[in-house]
Design a protein around this ligand. Sequence first.
Ligand code: GRF
Length: 223
Amino acid sequence: MTAVEKRRVAVLISGRGSNMEALYRACTMSDHPAEIIAVLSDRSDAAGLEFARSEGLVATAVPRSGFSSKAEHEAAMLSALDEARPDFVCLAGYMRLLSADFVDRFSGRMINIHPSLLPLYPGLDTHQRALDAGALVHGCSVHFVTAGMDEGPVLAQAVVPVLPTDDSSTLAARVLKAEHRLYPHALRLLASGAARMDKAGRVQLSGDIASDGDALLISPGHA
Ligand code: GRF
């Protein structure tokens, strides 16, 4: 089988980096259309940096604390990104809201993973909020990044059941497992050209990947 031509991807993290790791592992497969060429963090103590370095990736910390304003910090992040020349940028637990200028630079080329079925529960504490709402399903979304927090058009989602015995940490663990499958899949759609964001900010999919979408039926206690 001929290896696919890989698109260059930079990943932005702030902490653990388990989604970055899942992306990296998927991208080492010869048939995945992306390769991780750089990892950037706004924190020098982000655990994910260690993993990235152990795999020989360029992993750079640009700590926010080293800059007196958000604009200066973003300028430094941008110049590190420019050096890496990514085709796409993946936010993976990057805990800063990016300015509209930054986002515009990567319009249609930057995606984020969020631990809820957007547009439900943008922001923090998504798992507890799903439990408090009595939701029977929860999940995660990969969306294009636009200026509003967790607001961009959704590229892919994964659904998990909420079990009667769940607390926010058991639910978070189930969602995280789904995130690790969803993010590489969503990046594949983007990097292969099968999905893109059009000028009106809608996701366009090429015909062969659209399915007729069977319903997933979940009742309380479904395992
Ligand atoms: C994930 O739950 C992601 O959806 C959210 O932040 C968390 C990051 O986890 N945006 P990790 O750093 O990828 O392990």
